[in-house]
Design a protein around this ligand. Structure first.
Ligand SMILES: Nc1ncnc2c1ncn2[C@@H]1O[C@H](COP(=O)(O)OP(=O)(O)OP(=O)(O)O)[C@@H](O)[C@H]1O
Ligand code: NI
Length: 301
């Protein structure tokens, strides 16, 4: 599963913020890889440095922050050494990022259509008319009905789930190979969450896109991710195949993380009440075993 080629390779990345007269080291020498066609989860407690890592790779660190060491290779380009203009081009063409609050990334001053067509014209040598057709196809591909109508609407006129799909469509029109998703479903209700996650899974399978997924939802990690990195206080404390991480967490912090949350609320509802008194870790392990069995069945058929 991990034999595919590496899309993103982060090496020894360190990030610092100015805080008044002091500096704060938010990320300390982390390394991670994302391969084509895989979903790599970045998990860890709040404030551990997941989002700033994503922002640094994407070239969107706030002004008070800076990369003090390290490399981030996208193919044979070190993103951290590129000039802003060059980075913008790469960002549009080779990688895309979707955020927790999609509405904030779409511009409320322009229609969805305007923004999609601009993006397409910017990245491909096509006329606006052709760009419009591409936009329609792409919106349909991410499961949006009535794309014609959608093109005329503004971000504040559509639901969060639709907005997130538009963001994914926008990411795709540029032909991105790498997608960074920072808590892409946190702001959405459960049914819509599942649909968006299915969409990400499909992108990975059908387009071979590599996805770096930041999430607090360990159930999502168990179901979708191939590989997991665990962050704590700016460092990666453990990494491994998703099954290994869940079945045999080595670092006390990972164990704590697994103990602290039941992996999948749905299974919680399905399990008999006596089961609920068992400890989280045991139930999580059982959940992972079931998942592994069901995935193996799918792979064999
Ligand atoms: N602009 C900023 N200025 C100063 N410190 C910052 C800034 N942005 C982030 N930090 C600090 O960097 C650390 C890492 O933050 P980050 O947002 O990456 O955490 P996270 O792992 O994404 O947490 P969460 O799960 O809550 O999203 C935190 O201590 C945070 O306070
Ligand atoms: Ni974050």
């Amino acid at each position: 599963m991990h034999s595919g080629n590496t899309l993103l390779s982060v090496r020894q990345l360190s990030i610092e913020f100015d805080r008044g007269d002091r500096t704060f080291e938010a990320v300390r020498g982390i390394s991670l890889d994302v391969k084509a066609g895989s979903i790599v989860a970045l998990i860890g407690e709040s404030g551990s440095g997941k989002s700033v890592t994503a922002q640094a790779v994407f070239g969107l660190l706030e002004r008070s922050g800076r990369v003090t060491a390290g490399e981030a290779w996208l193919g044979d380009v070190d993103l951290l050494t590129r000039k802003p203009g060059e980075l913008r081009r790469i960002r549009g063409r080779d990688m895309a990022m979707i955020f927790q609050n999609p509405a904030s990334c779409l511009n409320p001053a322009f229609t969805i259509g305007h923004q999609m067509i601009e993006t397409i014209v910017h990245h491909r040598r096509v006329s606006r008319r052709e760009a419009r057709d591409i936009a329609l196809v792409q919106l349909e591909q991410v499961g949006l009905a009535e794309p014609e109508r959608l093109l005329r609407r503004y971000s504040f006129q559509i639901s969060g789930g639709m907005c997130q799909r538009v963001m994914i469509a926008l990411a795709l029109v540029s032909g991105a190979r790498l997608l960074i998703a920072d808590e892409p479903t946190t702001a959405l209700d459960v049914t819509i969450q599942a649909q968006i996650l299915d969409e990400l899974d499909r992108l990975r399978r059908e387009r071979g896109i590599g996805i770096l997924l930041i999430t607090h939802d360990l159930g999502v990690v168990a179901e979708l991710a191939d590989f997991v990195y665990v962050m704590k206080e700016g460092e990666i404390v453990e990494s491994g195949d998703v099954y290994d991480i869940f079945e045999q967490p080595k670092h006390p912090y990972t164990r704590e993380l697994l103990d602290s949350r039941f992996l999948y609320e749905r299974s919680m509802e399905e399990s008999p009440s006596s089961d609920r008194r068992g400890n989280h870790a045991a139930r999580n392990r059982r959940f992972i075993q079931d998942l592994r069995t069901s995935k193996e069945v799918v792979n064999q058929s």
